[in-house]
Design a protein around this ligand. Structure first.
Ligand code: ADP
Ligand code: MG
Length: 392
């Protein structure tokens, strides 16, 4: 079974049976469960069981758009390799890859069906108090172990080549740093915020800041990024957390992953009419950043290179990661409001006026984060985030 074909449920069952070495007598059932935009995801389980195995397969195009936007299937191999690498650095919080087949563009994953997607939990008003701290630990582990703080010169450069992902990362470059800052045909701008978008497209000081973030995204190969660390790539349950979906990963600035996660918490904040829910999201951002900061400092202070292990150097390095993160957070907030891919937190708001308030809030906060990244600390976020909310 090595000839590529687009799986149906029977194909997914056959692949899972072979990959997990399940006997021919085992009665298996399979169903497509993917809510993702890009790939097919099946759950295969024994008859009568609720959990079993997950089969994820890449199509030769972007699923939600169709054959008019072709995309390399090799992304499945790259995703599996990144998840395996991150799984070595942080097994506790990374989904386990049980098998991969590059010719089928498929992989077998542990089934996390007893967990739920964090974005969905936030939409339901559920609060997972440990999740921000766990994610901070996860990110510090995977970033540290792929960075110069852990690897020597040659090993770090070899890893940059091994995990090169230019096709997917150039899509990120376009959708984060190009499309949302001009009147691009791929954009999806609601008529109610068209004026706000046009003002932003004419904002020259903002565009200069974004140019720097875009350039750094290419040049600053600090660590093996997840590359798409939004709240839909995190699955949670009480005391448990797993990160999935790393196909946009590759070497880049650590602040990118940190910023994308922060932005998705802040987009949820913008969608919330209640100030207590808004404050809770700020606390989540602070807990996430402080956890990342603490864990990275701990790991880096044990590094073999005495120059890099110097605590005041690590602190300065982390201050720069924070500044980068605020810039990338701003880009993520703007691109999720004007660009091709929005977030359900805001798109699902039924009341048209409240939706416009949330979208304007996201644009204003995104711009502020980009423009003032070098002046803001995490304690000031609440004041800034609330001040950017427009009056109805
Ligand atoms: P895509 O690359 O298409 O975005 P994802 O990896 O995000 O695909 O998966 C799509 C959805 O499938 C997730 O949002 C989640 O609901 C489900 N899913 C993915 N991996 C697992 C898993 N290991 N266990 C349970 N559900 C999963
Ligand atoms: Mg996804």
């Amino acid at each position: 079974m090595s000839q590529y074909r687009i799986f149906n449920s029977e194909d997914a069952i056959a692949y899972a049976r072979e990959a997990a070495q399940l006997g021919p007598d085992m009665i298996l059932q399979g169903a497509e469960i993917g809510d993702g935009n890009l790939n097919q995801v099946f759950r295969v389980c024994q008859l009568g069981e609720a959990t079993g195995w997950i089969v994820k397969q890449a199509l030769p195009y972007i699923r939600c758009i169709g054959e008019s936007w072709p995309l390399t299937r090799d992304r499945a191999r790259i995703e599996a390799e990144i998840l395996l690498q991150h799984g070595q650095s942080c097994p506790e919080f990374t989904v386990a890859v049980l098998h991969q087949d590059a010719s089928l563009s498929a992989m077998l994953l542990e089934d996390l069906s007893e967990l739920q997607v964090w974005r969905q939990a936030l939409l339901n008003g559920q609060h997972f108090a440990d999740a921000p701290v766990q994610l901070g630990k996860y990110l510090a582990q995977v970033h540290f172990h792929s960075s110069d703080f852990c690897l020597d010169y040659q090993a770090q450069r070899a890893a940059q080549t091994q995990f090169a992902n230019p096709k997917l990362m150039s899509i990120s470059e376009a959708v984060y740093f190009v499309d949302p800052f001009c009147d691009h045909e791929r954009n999806n701008v609601a008529p109610g915020i068209r004026n706000d978008a046009e003002r932003l497209w004419a904002d020259q000081p903002l565009k200069i800041r974004v140019a720097k973030l875009k350039h750094d995204f290419r040049c600053k190969g600090q660590a093996l990024l997840h590359g798409d660390l939004h709240t839909g790539s995190v699955m949670v349950a009480a005391g448990k957390l797993k990160v999935i979906d790393a196909e946009f990963g590759g070497y880049g600035p650590m602040g990118f992953d940190v910023g994308v996660l922060i932005a998705n918490l802040l987009l949820n904040l913008c969608s919330q009419p209640s100030s207590s829910a808004q404050r809770q999201r700020i606390k989540d951002v602070q807990a996430f950043w402080q956890s990342f900061n603490r864990q990275f400092l701990l790991l880096a202070s044990q590094t073999a290179d005495p120059a890099l292990a110097e605590p005041s150097y690590i602190a300065a390095f982390l201050r720069q990661v924070w500044q980068d993160a605020l810039g990338y957070a701003g880009c993520e907030m703007i691109r999720r409001t004007l660009g091709v891919a929005h977030v359900a937190d805001i798109d699902n708001i039924a009341d048209a006026d409240q939706k416009i308030v949330s979208q304007r809030h996201a644009l204003a906060l995104g711009r502020t984060l980009i423009m003032h990244a070098d002046q803001l600390n995490d304690a000031q976020l609440e004041k800034i985030a609330l001040a950017c909310r427009p009056q109805c």
